[in-house]
Design a protein around this ligand. Structure first.
Ligand code: HSE
Length: 309
């Protein structure tokens, strides 16, 4: 039996435009590192990052609480969190910690949980940041690659991403509200026009076809979203310029990364990625905002990096 397990789980982008709460893609940009150790009593969280340390307020803490209760785990668990995914920018930061924690505890207690069970536990952590459970980011962080999630009943389908798919993520330097995902979910329309839902459905179907056929151009051209993006884009300063600049620079498609405010452009190795990134930076500059550009590929998924017996 292990005493301690360390897991690195990737960040992710959710929605990919029309796949709101259904699509996720793990990104090889940042990884949260979580070490779970059998120690003390109850659940304790240790971190030098600016995150809540009370288990009820912390994504990984909520996951551990739920697993401890449901799996009837005895003894205490210490959760050491090293946050590398920037929190609050639409890159699945809370999900990465939640996923790493679920995978770590599964190994620590030799629970042999299956993929859906792990995603289900990790999803509980999302409650801390989003106010509601949604599985798109956690599923990507738990299984890697491109995921299609059905939340009721929970099922996750994973498809390997094309080798040439590249993402340019522009992360603006803006102040994000504490419960950002909750805030950005509050602006989403309660009802949608049938014609808009048909457009999004067609695009979503093409995204899946793109991943199956390893066609990065089809994926990128299909991230067009006529429902969520129009409702949320006012929350992202300079969004239209960022998007149009990236398209003019050769990106296949551009959309909001998760609940924003980062903007993600889809391209392939053949595109001029530096030019796309620079054009997105200029877009944010037009709204007087600096931004960081991250050029990355999809991630294959999480890794158990250390086990102490
Ligand atoms: N699907 C979620 C949303 C992802 O867009 O609100 C947020 O992490």
């Amino acid at each position: 039996m292990a005493k301690s397990v360390t897991v690195r789980a990737p960040c992710s982008t959710a929605n990919l435009g029309p796949g709101f709460d259904v699509f996720g893609l793990a990104l090889d940009a940042f990884y949260d590192e979580v070490t779970v150790t059998k120690k003390g009593k109850g659940i304790t969280i240790v971190s030098s990052d600016d995150i809540p340390l009370e288990p009820e307020q912390n994504t990984a803490g909520l996951v551990a609480q739920a697993m401890k209760k449901k799996e009837k785990l005895t003894g205490g668990i210490e959760i050491k969190i090293q946050k590398n995914v920037p929190p609050g920018f639409g890159m699945g930061s809370s999900a990465a910690s939640a996923a790493a924690c679920a995978i770590g505890i599964n190994k620590l207690y030799n629970l042999k949980l299956n993929q859906n069970q792990l995603v289900s536990y990790a999803g509980i952590g999302e409650k801390a940041s989003a106010g509601s459970i949604h599985y798109d980011n956690v599923a990507a962080s738990v299984v890697g690659g491109f995921v299609i999630v059905n939340s009721n009943p929970l099922s996750v389908v994973r498809i390997e991403a094309p080798n040439d798919l590249i993402l340019c993520v522009a992360v603006p330097e803006v102040k994000v509200p504490k419960k950002k995902t909750k805030v950005s979910r509050s602006v989403i329309p309660k009802t949608v026009k049938l014609s808009d839902s048909i457009t999004n459905l067609a695009n979503a179907a093409n995204i899946i076809a793109g991943f199956i056929n390893k066609d990065s151009s089809l994926i990128g051209k299909s991230v067009e979203d006529v429902i969520i993006e129009p409702a949320r884009k006012h929350m992202i300063p300079g969004f239209n310029n960022v998007k149009n600049n990236a398209l003019r620079a050769g990106a296949f498609g551009v959309t909001i990364s998760g609940a924003g405010p980062s903007v993600i452009a889809f391209a392939s190795k053949k595109q001029n990625l530096t030019k796309i990134g620079a054009s997105m930076k200029i877009g944010f500059k037009s709204a007087k905002k600096n931004s960081k550009i991250i050029i990355c590929k999809p991630s294959k998924g999480p890794k158990i990096v250390k086990i102490v017996k």
